[in-house]
Design a protein around this ligand. Sequence first.
Ligand code: LLP
Length: 453
Amino acid sequence: PLTATVNQQDHLEIGGCDVVDLVQKFGSPLYILDEATLRSACRQYRDAFIRYYPGASQVLYASKAWNCLAVCAIVASEGLGIDIVSGGELYTALQAGVDPTKLYLHGNNKARAELLMAVEAGCTIVVDNWHELKTLVAIAAEQVRSEERGERSQESELTQNLSHTAPPTRIMLRLTPGIECHTHDYIRTGSIDSKFGFGLDQLDEVFQFISQQPSLMCIGLHAHIGSQIFELEPHHDLGAVMVQWLSKAMHHGLPIQELDIGGGLGIRYTESDDPPSIEAWVKVVSESIGAACKAQNLPLPKLLSEPGRSLIGSACVTAYTIGGQKTIPNIRTYVTVDGGMSDNPRPITYQSVYRAVVANRMSAPLTEAVAIAGKHCESGDIVIKEAALPTTQPNDLLVVMATGAYNYSMASNYNRIARPAAVLVQEGEASIILQRETYQDLLRQDRLPERLK
Ligand code: LLP
């Protein structure tokens, strides 16, 4: 959990920085990311795998939770690899200096250009379907031809490529394991009826096909069953299913050495949430895979995992400035803030629940349950339906906790609202990691045809 304290002015302090000062200096709304909390979560994962898994392991950060230069650089410096899902996430990770061999490209409809960029950079591709498999074979054939002609592609300049001896492309296969878990329908991915991955009934044919492709080297299997999961059983069951398919892949002669069991561990958003610890999760997946391998007499694969939310979710808060209030007698009071669904689309998308504090009077007694309303032109733009707060006034600072995952990364410019800045705090120092967008930024891609001028 976040290392937050209350200082002598009764203000919330994060990473040794007074949140009221941060907003004065960097403006509102503001994402505040605590470096120590993020690093500590990285280490908890890493250390738990070392403790509970006797084989090799590698934690990948699922950067869809929050992908930007600084976050990529921090997790990479902790020894993590990165799960990327688009050319944009790949480009950012490369620009942050992340070792391309520790990048894994996911996605159920990767564009050919994205695949090419990742192959040339030397990333591992987590193949989702037949179409992609065939595109990769075609890319390899095309590469061989262009090498013969002595050409280089535009993408390879971009990714500062590397050798042109065209080693086989490292791939993993994404499976749909048929495992159910209790979470929101939109973020459940492991059940049979999912757009992601190969169904188990397709796998024999896929293994067969790959074993005949010299340009592809299938090094592993991958599955991800969903997000914000509080139970441990689904991941336990997933371990057993994956080892079963690992053994089949080996029988097809594939050089499988890695199993990637995805991410999905939930975090605490409110007091009533009680997720398992990172350690408990790692213990369960490690033991499940260890036991299944032992039962089938298989060597231990390298065990990969890709947590996103549980690495960065608790490490960030969003500070907003309170505006006016509206009280509807006997119904409720709306307290408005200067952001909302454009910087945190999770409440309106998944009915997610958050907790908030008033950062400039931390010890004031809680007096009312109010609705925190965003500023966007939609009735559904409610940040928190029922927040227990002290009595507030305009210009008080409302801080919403645990906004590190899927807030900035899903932010939009709805209502032409500029995205907030993000600061990284550590030992009393604050550094900008994302500039606040300006009106000029909003117009950067706009073009006015001559005849409309
Ligand atoms: N690996 C794969 C292949 C994934 O699809 C995901 C998340 C993860 C790893 C990381 O899962 P995590 O550890 O963060 O639960 N926007 C939604 C969450 C979507 C998750 C998509 N995939 C939300 O705000 O709740």
